[in-house]
Design a protein. Structure first.
Length: 271
């Protein structure tokens, strides 16, 4: 039996430049990655993955493009008309079936698939008792739990959101943010090394908070990196016009959509 597993690492708050509707959200000029790039940023694993390739039209010295990126790379733009960070999480994981809209995580649980959530919160994303939820206070604890889940959970979905980056963004600490992202980058290298042939690893951000601005949540494009261990070089995934592309990809990967192709979707582009 093939054990499909998807691991999502959510670097919540990491935006990569103002979205087309930034003016509606007091976010003109927002660029989380750009504004921390000169604050001691050193992220070789994210660079190798293709983070710099997403910004081909606005390249950063600290995050250059890679001629042979290890991951598929693209960006997403939020569609929900809300300033609340929780709204973006719901947009990312809600899924429209024939009869209702439901969290894709709940849909997996209903079909008795393993789902684990590692985060500083859990109530935004699930309501089923069958889902494993681990509340963590720090990035280091989150990665300890993620490492444990990667050892013990053979299939299904593992979602991990790192809280320290999010806190530093809300505290408007640009230098601390860059330093913490460097630490996250080190761990990303270890996670990639442990991937199995039947894994997919998604590195993304569910919302943006530019620490150089006073706006609570900034309206920005959000990064999307997808590792397939069976593909040595990735390519562009373009722009996904809703965070729901993630939920749709989960549904397609685990055959929850009964053969229907939900859009936007990127799963066929990375397999």
């Amino acid at each position: 039996m093939t054990h499909k597993r998807m691991i999502i690492l959510d670097i919540a708050s990491l935006g990569i430049g103002e979205a087309p509707d930034a003016n509606r959200f007091n976010s003109v000029g927002a660029d989380t990655l750009g504004h921390i790039a000169d604050k001691g940023l050193n992220v070789p694993n994210l660079i190798e993955s293709g983070l710099g390739n997403i910004r081909w039209d606005n390249e950063l010295v600290a995050v250059p493009q890679n001629d042979a990126p290890r991951a598929f790379f693209g960006k997403m733009v939020p569609n929900v008309a809300s300033y609340r960070g929780s709204a973006s999480y719901r947009e990312m994981f809600d899924y429209t079936s024939d009869v209702r809209t439901v969290s894709v995580m709940d849909l997996m649980a209903e079909r008795h698939m393993d789902v684990s959530i590692i985060s500083s919160f859990t109530n935004y994303l699930e309501k089923q008792d069958e889902i494993s939820t681990l509340q963590v206070p720090s990035d280091s604890k989150a990665f300890v739990e993620l490492s444990s889940k990667m050892r013990t959970q053979k299939d299904g979905l593992i979602y991990c959101q790192v809280p320290d980056i999010h806190i530093l963004a809300k505290d408007r600490n640009c230098f601390g943010y860059a330093e913490q992202l460097n630490k996250v980058d080190e761990t990303i290298g270890k996670i990639v090394e442990r991937l199995r042939d039947t894994d997919l690893l998604l590195i993304l951000s569910s919302e943006a908070i530019d620490p150089s601005m006073e706006t609570k949540t900034t309206r920005e494009y959000l990064p999307l990196l997808v590792f397939n261990p069976n593909q040595s070089v990735g390519k562009s995934l373009g722009i996904k016009r809703s965070l729901g592309a993630v939920g749709n990809a989960i549904a397609a990967y685990f055959d929850l959509d009964d053969g229907r192709k939900q859009k936007p979707n990127f799963i066929s582009e990375v397999l």
